[in-house]
Design a binder for this molecule. Structure first.
Ligand code: SAM
Length: 251
């Protein structure tokens, strides 16, 4: 899979993309990440990429010309590549959106700065607009890195254990169960006995129940859409869950 990122601050990407899982995914040829400086596509002696907003007011707005020129040069004749504008006004980035994006062979990510980008980029160039949360960042670079990371770890061959994402939080619509490692007792706090029992069926049941309990306590809204068995429902009912409508009123 190929990511093309358009930014005014390419230096921000050194570091995060060169460590650990993202580094290995690139070395294995599973992903390639291309960082493009929008300024390289600006014309004129000063290669200006932003200007004052029409109508007045503070801040600067990113000009459309260099962004259109960059995307057109990068994609050439290639069609049907999602062109994603990072924006606090976009659709919320979730596990489902990460899965959806991971099915494409290529993505373009446009990082805004300042007051944002000229609206014509959103209207006539971007095919998607994504927010990573209900807060405002100084720029789209961190959001692009979040998306690259979350999408990459879903691609086959990226994680050593192919089942590793299978039980991750959100993968089944639930938060994941708690993890423990050695020592079995740390400062008097013991690991739950079932995990040391070697009884795989009991461990699987305990993990499922912990995931359900945790989701009910922390994110009851997720239970609305989670894939629940009759056994799950019975367990949740014992914890006081009254079904989908009860979590709706909790949120
Ligand atoms: N004035 C804009 C508004 O109120 O919607 C915010 C601009 S923000 C300071 C600058 C850039 O950061 C945005 O153009 C966008 O690319 C990026 N950005 C900020 N918050 C973001 C978020 N929650 N998700 C994705 N990108 C974000």
């Amino acid at each position: 899979m190929r990511f093309d990122v358009l930014t005014l601050f390419p230096g921000m990407f050194t570091g995060p993309l060169e460590e650990s899982i993202l580094k290995r995914a690139q070395e294995r040829g599973i992903v390639s990440i291309h960082i493009h400086n929008i300024r390289d596509y600006a014309t004129g002696r000063h290669r200006i990429t932003d200007d004052a907003p029409y109508g007045g007011g503070g801040g600067m707005v990113m000009k459309p010309e260099p962004i259109f020129a960059a995307v057109e040069a990068i994609l050439g004749d290639e069609k049907n590549v999602p062109i994603i504008l990072l924006s606090p006004q976009g659709r919320l980035f979730t596990h489902e959106v990460a899965k959806e994006l991971s099915r494409h062979h290529r993505l373009v990510l446009i990082c805004g700065r300042y007051e944002g980008v000229d609206e014509r980029v959103r209207e006539h160039l971007a095919t998607d607009e994504i927010s990573i949360g209900d807060y405002v960042l100084s720029g789209g670079e961190l959001a692009a890195m979040v998306i690259i990371d979350a999408v990459t770890r879903l691609l086959p061959g990226v994680l050593g254990d192919p089942g590793a994402t299978f039980e991750d939080s959100y993968a089944w619509g639930l938060l994941e169960y708690p993890h423990y490692t050695r020592p079995a007792v740390f400062r008097g706090w013991a690991v739950p006995e079932v995990l040391l029992s070697g009884n795989h069926a009991a461990i699987a049941r305990w993990r499922r129940e912990q995931a359900l309990k945790r989701t009910l306590e922390r994110r009851p809204d997720l239970l609305e859409k989670a894939r629940l068995t009759e056994e799950d429902r019975a367990f949740l009912a014992r914890l006081g869950w009254k079904g989908p409508s009860s979590s709706r009123s909790d949120t």
